[in-house]
Design a protein around this ligand. Structure first.
Ligand SMILES: C[S@@+](CC[C@H](N)C(=O)[O-])C[C@H]1O[C@@H](n2cnc3c(N)ncnc32)[C@H](O)[C@@H]1O
Ligand code: SF4
Length: 361
């Protein structure tokens, strides 16, 4: 049964240099037509059953105007949430205001994800973003005063010119804000982004690993649980929604460029707004074979620090993981660890997990 839903709002008030998500500059004339199509897409596919995790991401969902947000909330009210639901809404810090927070409370949002990324002027200029620590602190206090007690902050590192000292400073500021959850991402230079066009280059991988190791060590010391390669949470605040992805469970994906996994089909929606507005939602869909499903189970499951439960793997696929994938040599040379019924990547090798996965799949 599908228990999770992702909804994509592609509008942004400015475009960041590194971003390859489905996004377009906010333009009032496209928003309502977009939301109308989104509503139809949801009505057509959603079976009306209880949803446990709902995630509205973007783009920048918070940049919508009040009437647009009210229309979005009407769509959301057609979705039945379970008693233990998690409902995340991505926000830009500049958009946070009492009016927005009242609307989000009314929509039953109970988790906010805010892309801070950095407080460093050079990094922010590179990204084409803004953030001022004092402003952010005030906004976070405001958010808390409206009863939001589950906040994720995103941090980016490994930008050209960044030093370990810069990363340390950014992390210190993020920690001062005391979020329940922190996602950290090293810069990926994606095609069709400003970074690619201006030929930006990644920093030395050795430096990047040092930054990652520093982040992991520091956040652990501060009481955060490192539960996925890039994600850290206080106890009880793991992202239930993202766990759906890493557990290879099915989910609805609605909106421009969204992907979903329903009844064995993985699909991607179009990233072309014109096509979307003509109700041509789907770009592609593929029926997963049993071996596709098992490969995804391994690729996604090994992102979790606890790894994959071998009994659960067997119950799902009626084959032992060790018979389906060559895990034994990797356990022997300690790239993988087997403990208490779980197989997981040795934390020492987490940063080179892609190479490790290639050996498995
Ligand atoms: C879905 S994105 C968008 C969130 C939101 N629109 C914002 O900018 O705050 C979520 C996060 O992925 C990370 N991210 C996006 N593009 C990236 C890239 N090219 N390299 C590394 N991290 C990236 C950023 O930390 C970003 O906040
Ligand atoms: S990173 Fe976020 S705000 Fe920046 S362009 Fe991408 S979706 Fe928009």
């Amino acid at each position: 049964m599908v228990k999770s839903m992702y909804i994509h709002i592609p509008f942004c008030k400015s475009i960041c240099s590194y971003c390859d998500f489905a996004k377009i500059l906010y333009n009032e004339k496209y928003v309502m037509p977009y939301l109308e199509k989104l509503k139809n897409e949801v009505i057509d596919a959603y079976d009306g059953k209880e949803i446990n995790t709902l995630y509205i991401g973007g783009g920048t969902p918070s940049c919508l105007e009040e009437t647009e947000l009210i229309y979005l909330s009407e769509i959301i009210k057609t979705i039945k949430l379970s008693d233990t639901y998690e409902f995340t809404f991505e926000c830009n810090i500049e958009d946070i205001s009492p009016d927005l927070l009242i609307l989000l409370k009314d929509m039953k949002v109970n988790r906010l994800s805010i892309g801070i990324e950095s407080f460093n002027k050079c990094k922010l200029d590179f990204m084409n973003r803004k953030a001022d620590f004092k402003d952010v602190q005030q906004k976070i206090n405001l958010v808390r005063s409206y009863g939001f007690d589950n906040i994720n902050l995103d941090l980016m590192y490994g930008l050209p010119g960044e030093t370990l000292k810069d990363t340390k400073k950014d992390l210190k500021y993020i920690l001062k804000l005391n979020p329940e959850h922190i996602s950290t991402y090293s810069l990926i230079i994606e095609d069709h982004t400003m970074c690619k066009i201006r030929s930006d280059e990644n920093i030395d991988p050795e430096e990047e690993i040092k930054m990652y190791e520093y982040i992991v060590k520091t956040l652990k010391k501060k009481g955060y649980n490192h539960y996925e390669v890039s994600n850290f949470s206080k106890s009880g605040y793991q992202s239930k929604h993202n766990m759906t992805y890493w557990n290879n469970e099915e989910y609805y994906g609605f909106g421009l460029g969204a992907s979903g996994y329903i009844e064995g089909f993985r699909y991607d929606n179009t990233k072309n707004l014109d096509a979307y507005l003509l109700s041509k939602y789907r770009e592609s869909e593929v029926l997963m074979s049993k071996s596709d499903m098992m490969e995804n189970e391994v690729m996604l499951g090994l992102r979790k620090m606890e790894g994959i439960n071998l009994q659960e793997f067997f119950d799902k696929y009626e084959i032992n993981m060790q018979d389906a994938f060559p895990i034994k040599p990797l356990i022997k040379n300690k790239e993988l660890i087997y403990k208490d019924g779980y197989v997981y990547i040795n934390p020492k090798y987490i940063y080179v997990m892609n190479e490790l996965l290639l050996k498995l799949i």
